[in-house]
Design a protein around this ligand. Structure first.
Ligand SMILES: *Cc1c(COP(=O)(O)O)cnc(C)c1O
Length: 485
């Protein structure tokens, strides 16, 4: 058998594959460059939904045909986070270099569990950059994660394993002298409760503290709750502060929480999914003061740093606490004691989280940060904050619109309210406005409910948004509101 006919998963025709790859890159650049020209949302047609239920093919097909199917059935119906008027939930807008970085990472296809090759050095450098950004000491440890959900999970797990007064990792939560409890505000992101539940403390172990009218945690209420729980035999071990709440971008008082945790010997964890990276923005930095005193910080890179999904990071001040929470090395993973060779590396990221095999997500981060520099990311963040206040002013100067929460960071909550409507009808009206905005492809805010009031929520983590995009939003909401009423 000649070499050409020895079956592998490589292209049967390399020149054709090369040509196809070039076309993909050209199309991708066209697509990203013209992001503004497409509607912000296009629903998936029924016939496409049907085609996407077809069974897996048993036999090969031409790569060019596979790509054509992608162009026809997949590319036209995106979530469209890359659009300048995508402001839903809280998502970054992507970077071109990040997309290419993901491609090159897959080309190299390393496994970031560990071992002696270049990729762990890149991840280590990226973690170092983030550690410096956050003002953490040089010997703090870190891990890139799928996002802040996993980063918060790791932070809370290390807190639980090292801060409950006994060997939790060995004996489990059932050996605790009382229920283990974690504290955060009622605005805390749900992933933290999921982590607390998964770590064996039950949802009762997640203690919610009321917030002030600006949606930051009420410190007095926190102190009282911890004292009361201790009296009742519970074992408080961790307070989670939020740097940028998901509803309205509120930032808890980091220094006050740090002081409290120090006094009470509690682990101070920060959920900084949204706001931690805003430390790069000159006029936000002061609001985050005290974050650098945390025992652990979870942050997201696929939100306000715009790295393509997925990318988040956990930083832990006490590296050995981090290592001792997750390291477990059976014989088949024994590291070589030889001085050289592939298995001789000392950077084993699998010692710092749940995953053994890990993707090279560091590369897209590394390439994006190298291309733009941290100062430019800071300027993009600062501009989004300014845009939130610009939108706020537009809303305040439009008679039928009203803000429904103070503007925190880059999140604006507002509604159409012509006056004199029952709350139910008003909620429904705003719901209809939101659906209409999206279905007409105009803009994609999302919504939230604050004190029972449904409102549109505009989260401007978008480096492509311009002032005229907010003018267009306000105009459309006002017109839709009047038409639907
Ligand atoms: C988005 C978010 C999370 C969850 O992060 P993922 O990256 O989606 O896993 C956690 N906390 C806050 C405050 C968030 O905004």
């Amino acid at each position: 058998m000649s070499d050409e006919h020895y079956e592998t998963l490589d292209p049967e025709n390399w020149p054709e594959m090369r040509q196809l790859a070039h076309r993909m890159v050209d199309d991708a650049m066209d697509y990203l460059q013209s992001a503004r020209e497409r509607p912000v949302w296009t629903p998936v047609p029924d016939e496409v939904r049907e085609r996407l239920k077809a069974p897996a093919p048993g036999e090969p097909s031409d790569p060019a045909r596979v790509y054509e199917e992608f162009r026809q059935d997949i590319l036209p119906y995106p979530m469209n986070t890359t659009h300048p008027r995508f402001w839903a939930w809280y998502m970054g807008a992507g970077t071109v270099m990040g997309a290419l970085g993901d491609f090159l990472a897959a080309v190299m296809n390393p496994n970031l569990g560990g071992a002696n090759h270049v990729a762990p050095l890149v991840e280590s450098q990226v973690i170092g950059w983030l550690r410096t950004m956050m003002g953490f000491p040089e010997d703090a440890s870190g891990l890139l994660t799928s996002g802040a959900s996993m980063a918060n999970f790791i932070g809370i797990a290390v807190a639980r394993n090292t801060h409950c007064g006994y060997d939790v990792r060995r004996k489990g939560v059932l050996a605790a002298p009382g229920p283990l409890t974690v504290y955060g505000s009622t605005e805390l992101h749900s992933c933290n409760q999921k982590a607390v539940e998964t770590l064996g403390m039950g949802s009762d172990g997640m203690r919610y503290i009321r917030v002030h009218s600006d949606y930051t945690i009420d410190l007095k209420a926190l102190e009282q709750k911890v004292a009361k729980d201790r009296k009742a035999g519970m074992i408080p071990f961790c307070v989670i502060a939020t740097a940028g709440t998901i509803n309205s971008g509120a930032i808890d008082d980091m220094n006050a929480i740090a002081d409290f945790c120090q006094r009470e010997k509690l682990w101070f964890h920060v959920d900084g999914a949204i706001g931690a990276v805003a430390i790069l923005a000159d006029h936000v930095r002061d609001q985050l003061s005290g974050m650098e005193r945390a025992d652990s910080i979870a942050l997201d890179l696929h939100k306000w740093m715009h790295i393509p999904f997925e990318a988040g990071c956990i930083l832990i001040r006490d590296a050995s606490a981090h290592h001792d929470s997750f390291s477990l090395v059976p014989e088949y993973l024994e590291r070589s004691s030889e001085p050289g060779g592939l298995a001789s590396g000392s950077l084993w990221f699998s010692d710092y989280g749940l995953q053994l095999s890990r993707q090279f997500r560091a590369l897209k981060v590394w390439m994006s940060i190298k291309e733009h520099g941290l100062a430019r990311f800071g300027r993009m963040i600062a501009r989004n904050v300014d845009q939130a206040h610009y939108l706020g002013k537009l809303i305040e100067s439009t008679p039928q619109l009203e803000l429904t929460a103070p503007i925190g960071l880059d999140i604006v909550c507002f509604r159409f309210n012509p006056g004199g409507m029952e709350i139910e009808a008003l909620n429904q009206l705003n719901q209809a406005i939101l659906v209409s905005l999206q279905e007409n492809g105009i803009a994609a805010p999302s919504y939230t409910t604050l004190n029972g009031e449904y409102c549109l929520r505009v989260a401007i983590a978008n480096h492509r948004s311009r002032p005229e995009d907010f003018d267009a939003l306000v105009k459309a909401v006002t017109e839709l509101g009047r038409n639907i009423m």
